[in-house]
Each structure stands twice: as C-alpha cells, then as structure tokens.
Design a protein around this ligand. Structure first.
Ligand SMILES: Nc1ncnc2c1ncn2[C@@H]1O[C@H](COP(=O)(O)OP(=O)(O)OP(=O)(O)O)[C@@H](O)[C@H]1O
Length: 793
C-alpha cells in the first residue's frame, strides 16, 4: 500500500486542482444538506399548524413532530466533517463516504454520499493492498467548516496506473503522519470524539459484527474498546433501525464523569435512541454514587445475595404464632380471630400462586377474608340472633348477605390495619433498609454468612426511607428485591414514582401508536392524551420529544427490556449487577467491553467465562483488540512491567506510535513535602501545557489535599471553563479516572496505590495507561522496582 498525505506532484506538493474538485463536490453536499434541513423544519412546523385539534389529530401531530425533530438532530449532527472519504474503484466507480447518506433530488436520485455504516462503505475501512476489494485508491478528506483543507491518498492497487500517476503516487511525504496518527497526536479536549474517519480493520470487524448473541471485546488499555463499542451502537441503530429504535440500546459506563466524557460520541453520529447510564442508576428512582467499603461491596456483589433477599422477603411472609384479633363491629363481641391455622392456609394459597410478594398478597388477603367471613357467618348463626327477629330462630344467610358482609369486612379500616402487618405491601427500599437495620432479620435471611459478614451488612435505618443513601452496590439488590416483590401498590409508592409511572404510560402509548397506526387513529387514547391541550402544545413539544424518547421511557421503567446492551468496563460489574443487566436484555444481545487486568472493584470479574456461564453457558464469543492507540511506546514499556506483576502471562497491547519522550519520576524525601512537590511538578508541566489536558492521579485520601493545593497554585487551570468541559488540570482517584485519558498524567504515590487494595496493581496499571503523551510519577520512599527505569528528575 502506498500513502500520500496530500494530492502531490513529483515534489510532494499538493495539486490544487484535486483540492478544488473536492471542494466543489463537498459544497454540493452541504447545499443538499441545507435543503434537507429546511424541508424537515417546514414539515415539522406544518404538523403543528395544520393538525386538527381532535385527540386523534393531536396524537398524529405529536408523533410527526417527534420524528421530524429526530431527523433534524441527525441532519445537524452531520454538519461537522460531513464527508471524509472517497473510494475510487478499479472499474471506474467512485463513492464518497460520510456521516449520512445523501441522495440527489434531481434526475435519477443518484447517491451523492454514502453513510459510513452502509455495507458498500466497508472497503474504506478494511481494504488493504493485499485484499483491495476492488478499490484502487482510498482518499481521506480533511474538512473544517465546510472547507476541504487537505487530502491524503492511499493506493491499494497500482497495476492500472500510468507512468505519471505512478510517479505521483510514489512521491509520498515520508514525514507524513497519515490521518490515524494525526488524530492520535491531536490534543485531548476532555471529551471523546468519534473515529469514523479512521476506524481500523480489527475495530471495523467488531463494529459490524452480527448483533445477536453475546460478544466480549477484551483488550488492553487504549485499544479503543470504548470508542468501538459506541460506534457499534451507531452501526446497530442504522442497520436494525426499526427493531432497535423502539426498544433502544442501553450503554452502561462506570460513572457519571465517564458518561460525560463519552456523551458527545453518539450525538455526533446522529444517534439518540441510546440510554447512557451507570450501574448506580439501573434501578429507576435511585441515583447511587456512594461507594461501600471494599469488604462490604464484595459481599453485596455476591450471587448468594439473591438467596438472602429471597429469604428477607420470605421473612415478611412469616405468620405470627399468636392469634390476631381483628376488630370488626359487625361481629359478636366486636372482633374476629385469625389464628395461625387460618393464616397458614392463606399463606399456602398465596405461595401456591408463585406470584411475587405484592401480587401474592392480594390472594393471601382474599383467603383470610374468605375465612373470616366464614367465621363471622358461623358465629352469627351460632348466636342465633336475627336482626329484628325472635331469638332461637336459626339465621339463614343468602349469597347477597354474604357478599355484602364480605364487602364490609374488606373495606373496614380496622380490619385492614389488623392484617396489614401479616403480609405487608412492601417496596424494595423498605425490604433492604429494614434488612440492614435488623440483626435478627439478617440472621434469618443469611444463615450461611459468618457473623462478621452479617455485621458488615448492618446499617441503621434512616429516619425517613426517602433519606436513605443508597450505594452503587445496593442498586442490584434493590432491583433483585423489586423482582421478588412485583409491582409496588400505589399506596406504597412515592409521589414521584407515581408521576413517573403516569408519564411513562403516556409516552409508551404514543409510541405504540407510532408503531402500529400510521394514520394516527387513537380514539382509545383520547382521554389520556387530552392532558396535552392544544393551547400549550407549542411549548410542550420539546418536552414531548423527550417523553417519547427511549431514554425517558426506559429510564423510568424497571421492566423495560432493551434491544441491545453495551457494557463498558464490564470487568467491574458484580455478579448481582450482571443479574440486573440480564433481566434488562432477555434476548441476550450484548456487547461487553473490558479488560480483566484493569479490574479494581472487589466484586468485579476475574473470568468472562464465570460471569457469562450462568446466563448463556458457552454461547458467547471473544473478540480481542491488540493495538494500543492511546499510550505511546515509552509509557507502555512501563505499563508492561506493571502488568507482569498482575499476571506474568499477560501481554500488554502494542502501541501504534512513539513520542520519543521518556516518562519521568521525582522522589520526595520528606513525606510532609509530598503535596508541595506535586504542586511544583504539576506547575512545571502546566507551563508547557498549551491547549492540552493534565490529570493528577492520586490515592483516594490525597484527592482533597492535592485538589486544594493545586486550586491555590493554579486557580485558572483547575477551574472548569464554565462549559460542560472539565478543567485543564484535574485531580482524580484512579477509580474516577477509569476509562478516561489525558495528554499528560502525573501519578502520585504509586506504592500506596498498590497497597491500598487486593487489586492495587490493577489500579496502578490503569493509572499509568491514561496518558496520550507524557507520564510522570511523584513518590516518597523507595521507588517501586517496576518504575525504577523512569528518568529521575
Ligand atoms: N481507529 C481510531 N482512530 C482514531 N482514534 C482512535 C482509534 N481507535 C482508538 N482511538 C483513540 O484511542 C483512545 C483510546 O480509546 P478508548 O478509550 O476507546 O480505549 P479503551 O480500550 O476503552 O481504553 P481503556 O481500557 O483504557 O479505557 C481514544 O482517544 C480513541 O479515540
């Protein structure tokens, strides 16, 4: 394969005519994009103006609005670097590749631009000189604000070129980086960008793989796992749009900082039917960010917690030994009695149904009421008292009498109060917080745990349930409890929950209609949809779009199941968290990306096989990624030594580039001088930072002190620029830095990182692989042998 960086003459100078030709073509594409935008806005607005104000008309308008608004988002997203490639085939054909498909509106509606995800665009990513797939030349176009700035050509098949062309081709600029290296060397912005222009062949294979089944993408740091997973989401939504738009794609990332970091990738690819979430948000209504101590997290993450929760619910179905007095004014003596035998009969009936707790409760209560009614009738009969009649006559109850007595029993608040504690309606939050708060309940639910393990789970109950601080490890337990409890009856729900359920139901109906009724007939929905009045519709349109978006619906519905699930940093999830994700994706259509060598969570994975076997046995496949696009060779050599401490058999990924800059280390003799030394080192680096981003990665307990010291020394650099972007210099723990990258990284006290937990070497491996350009280490005491070769400063 031969590469040139610009259309060059014999001396390697750009050929202006090529640029001018491409500029003309690109201008035409933008002209068409502008027209499409104007047309879409007009269509969208016409629906608002012209639709009639009947319920059916309103539904049709809402749906059309949502559709056109989504198209507009995609058209707007395509603006930046709309066209970035061209393929010239040996048979004379030519295709331009870009962010979306665009067709001519004249003549035979020829395709002007091919979506990068289309099957015919594939050679742009995978054709090589050895397997050119009919491609003679691959051209990369670099554009900025609609202007073509440069071109880079690769000739895959030179056999048909004439002498002049061949001379041009071989006059490549040997110092040229090519589009991939140019992208990798560019300063980081604090947000991940898309890579549609430079997807590599091994990545393309993963992005376009069949969506059915479970695929695990295992690769070392910087091999593009995250970025590939996101492009795969965009590819799947394009290829299986009908199927996936409706159910949506779920992307799970380790924390909110990470989600912010990747948040622009899919919108820049024009895709919005994706729900981005963290493991702490998988249970609707709870947004957990707090972390348990590692020992507690390890216990909460075990599969055996599923049995503990089942027992905890069973505990709430246990019958009291002593009979219960049920006050009822209509009974002789003013009360009935529910003894153990009566209650156990009702319990058996409820268990027999195999329904979840809250649904089975209805059967339980029904059975108790039936038996109480029988008792009441018997006692009334035995009392031989007939209302208004003489004593001594036998009382005869008709079916109507019985029905009305039953109604009285069922609606009597005193009866309800007496029975409410026997098989109570429960929310997951109640079950879990009351379990943690009671050593007795814990003993019943976790008989196989040691006293110490149970003690680790103990926690006092908050004054109000809504004040409970849930941890990330609690979330799968809440979900598990919800599974065992079934729908929480309205009385046990909070106001917010109720509102959310209503909004979800509304949006779902609108969406169902989009699916099944193109002419917008929706008379059955008339009442419900009346909540969107014609008068305030204009202002509510945006809200409606978000209501009908997959994210809103799926985020508020625990039973929502996704068309495809992508998990990033998948090695960090506990066994209990996997159970939640599998429930959200019964089809088992999943892409899991991770690196077992980077596992730091105490409940995280040590083997993919172990994680997946319970759900898919061996029906999953592994795709390795082996090239590191982030970390230069010099830093990777350090990382490889750290990796060998985790497992000497593991192979670090190969860096795609070198920078010539050696990583450095600075030893601090007096531990009290550590923070000032970090400040000095970072200040030195900051002077040469320019536009670049720097991160200081520290042990957890140093986050506060180092952050404060740097905020004083470098106030401007450590303040977020007011936009959504992070500050130029950030101080993070390793856990917070997971999945992120920075131009320059300073690692503080690696020795302490290693000792901080059982997976300390994994943490250090993550820390030293975050930099795209330079790595420095500041340490007290003796340097770790693995870092001894860093250049002393
Ligand atoms: N084909 C590509 N073209 C341009 N940049 C790429 C390409 N592949 C990967 N990159 C870049 O390499 C960097 C690392 O990618 P990414 O964060 O996806 O790696 P990762 O495997 O998820 O890393 P980690 O395991 O450390 O989180 C990112 O900046 C990404 O944009």
């Amino acid at each position: 394969m031969s590469r040139r960086d610009a259309p060059a003459d014999r001396n390697g100078h750009a050929v202006p005519t090529d640029l001018a030709t491409e500029q003309r073509y690109v201008a035409r594409l933008y002209e068409r994009l502008d027209t499409l935008r104007v047309e879409t806005v007009a269509l969208r607005d016409r629906y608002i103006r012209d639709s009639d104000n009947t319920p059916g008309g309103r539904v049709e308008r809402d749906i059309a609005y949502a559709r056109h608004a989504a198209s507009l988002v995609a058209l707007t997203a395509a603006e930046d670097r709309l066209c970035f490639g061209r393929l010239d085939f040996t048979d004379g054909d030519r295709a331009y590749i870009g962010r979306m498909g665009i067709f001519d509106d004249r003549g035979d509606h020829q395709q002007l631009l091919m979506d990068w995800r289309a099957p015919s665009a594939r050679p742009f990513y995978v054709a090589t000189a050895a397997a050119p797939l009919g491609v003679q030349r691959r051209r990369h176009l670099r554009t900025r604000r609609r202007v073509v700035e440069s071109l880079a050509d690769e000739y895959l098949d030179v056999s048909d070129l004439d002498q002049a062309d061949l001379a041009r081709v071989t006059a490549a600029d040997p110092t040229s980086d090519g589009p991939l290296l140019a992208a990798l060397n560019a300063p980081r912005t604090g947000r991940m960008g898309d890579i549609v222009e430079t997807i590599q062949a091994e990545q393309d294979r993963i992005i376009r793989a069949d969506h059915r089944g479970v695929m695990v993408v295992q690769g070392g740091p910087g091999t593009g796992k995250t970025v590939v997973a996101l492009h795969r989401a965009a590819y799947l939504l394009y290829t299986h749009r009908e199927q996936l738009m409706h159910r949506g794609v779920l992307v799970v990332g380790p924390n909110e900082t990470f989600l912010r970091y990747i948040s622009q990738v899919l919108p820049s690819l024009g895709e919005n039917a994706v729900v981005l979430t963290t493991p702490g948000e998988l249970f609707p209504g709870v947004r957990a960010t707090a972390l348990d101590d590692p020992a507690v997290a390890a216990i909460k993450g075990r599969t055996s917690m599923a049995a503990v929760l089942a027992n905890a619910v069973l505990d709430r179905q246990r019958m009291p030994r002593e009979p219960i007095t049920v006050p009822f004014g209509g009974a002789p003596g003013g009360a009935l009695t529910a003894d153990r035998a009566l209650l156990e009969r009702a319990q058996q009936r409820a268990w027999h149904s195999r329904l979840p707790h809250n649904q089975a409760r209805r059967l339980f209560l029904r059975s108790v009421l039936d038996q109480l009614l029988r008792q009441l009738v018997e006692r009334l009969e035995q009392g031989r008292v007939r209302a208004g009649g003489e004593s001594g006559d036998r009382l005869v109850f008709t079916q109507d009498d019985r029905d009305s007595l039953r109604r009285e029993l069922a609606t009597d608040p005193a009866v309800a109060a007496a029975l409410s504690r026997v098989w109570p309606a429960l929310s997951p939050q109640q079950v879990l917080s009351e379990l943690y708060a009671s050593p007795r309940r814990l003993r019943f639910a976790a008989p196989d745990f040691t006293d110490r393990q149970r003690a680790l789970l103990e926690r006092p109950v908050a004054e109000h349930l809504s004040d409970t601080v849930w941890t990330v490890s609690d979330v799968p337990l809440l979900d598990e409890a919800a599974e065992l409890l079934g729908d929480v009856p309205d009385a046990a729900r909070g106001q917010q929950d109720r509102e959310r359920a209503e909004r979800t139901a509304y949006a779902q109906e609108v969406l169902d209609l989009m699916d099944t009724s193109p002419d917008g007939e929706g008379e059955g929905l008339a009442g419900m949809l009346g909540i969107v009045s014609a008068a305030d519709l204009a202002e509510r349109q945006e809200e409606l779009v978000s209501l009908t978006s997959t994210a809103e619906r799926a985020g508020s519905d625990r039973e929502w199941t996704f068309g495809h699930v992508i998990v990033d940093e998948a090695q960090e999830l506990s066994s209990m968290a996997w159970r939640v994700l599998m429930r959200r994706n019964p089809l088992r259509s999943m892409t899991l990306v991770g690196d077992l060598a980077q596992t730091s969570d105490p409940a995280g994975a040590a083997s993919w096989q172990k994680v997946l076997r319970p759900y898919v046995r061996d029906r999953w496949h592994l795709e390795p990624l082996t090239v590191n696009y982030r970390t230069p060779e010099e830093i990777m050599a350090v990382a490889a030594r750290v990796l060998s401490r985790i497992d000497p058999r593991l192979q670090a990924p190969t860096s795609v580039r070198a920078t010539g800059v050696r990583p450095w280390r600075r030893a601090v003799t007096d531990p009290a001088g550590l923070v000032p030394a970090v400040v000095r080192a970072v200040t030195d680096e900051a002077e040469q930072l320019g536009e670049r981003q720097l991160a200081v990665l520290v042990p957890d307990d140093l986050v506060g002190p180092v952050r404060r010291a740097l905020a004083t020394a470098l106030p401007a650099a450590t303040t977020a620029p007011g936009t959504d972007l992070p500050p130029q210099v950030s101080v993070l723990s390793v856990r917070q830095a997971k999945g992120l990258e920075f131009d320059v990284v300073v690692v503080v006290e690696p020795g302490r990182m290693v000792q901080a937990s059982q997976r300390g070497w994994n943490d250090l491996y993550v820390a030293v692989t975050r930099a795209t350009q330079q790595l420095g280490v500041v340490h007290t005491g003796r340097v770790l042998a693995e870092l001894a070769e860093l250049e002393p400063r």
